[in-house]
Design a protein around this ligand. Structure first.
Ligand SMILES: [Zn+2]
Length: 120
């Protein structure tokens, strides 16, 4: 996948919305201190050691952000010309903990790593 800048990665098992296969994939996201850190679900998001997004840790350490992943199944219809389409996932961070991941369709043509909550 094309990265617009450094990201963090959350490794998680996801059901691909196109082929239904459960794949272990890395979800690129841009929240907390962004320094190519690898996370698993249940780990605490760090706010130290990189430029932060948002600039300030939200009150209570709660936020929701959009991340991106690829399906690893080469027979999936998201694969075209050896390169898979990027899928979207909503990552929920509660009390600084990477708590929940949901595959969703948000803005399929943009890869803006939106922060959904808190709103600006
Ligand atoms: Zn797939």
């Amino acid at each position: 996948m094309q990265r617009i800048a450094a990201t963090n990665t959350l490794y998680y098992e996801l059901e691909c919305p196109f082929c239904g296969q459960v794949v272990r994939s890395g979800i690129g996201f841009r929240a907390g201190a962004i320094n190519r850190r690898n996370y698993k679900l249940g780990e605490k998001l760090s706010w130290e050691g990189g430029s932060c997004r948002p600039a300030q840790r939200p009150a209570g350490g709660n936020l929701k952000t959009i991340g991106y992943f690829n399906c690893d199944n080469p027979r999936c219809q998201t694969w075209k010309d050896c390169f898979p389409d990027v899928q979207e996932a909503l990552i929920t961070i509660r009390n600084d903990v990477l708590d929940e991941v949901k595959v969703l369709r948000y803005k399929p043509t943009e890869h803006t790593f939106d922060i959904i909550e808190p709103a600006d």
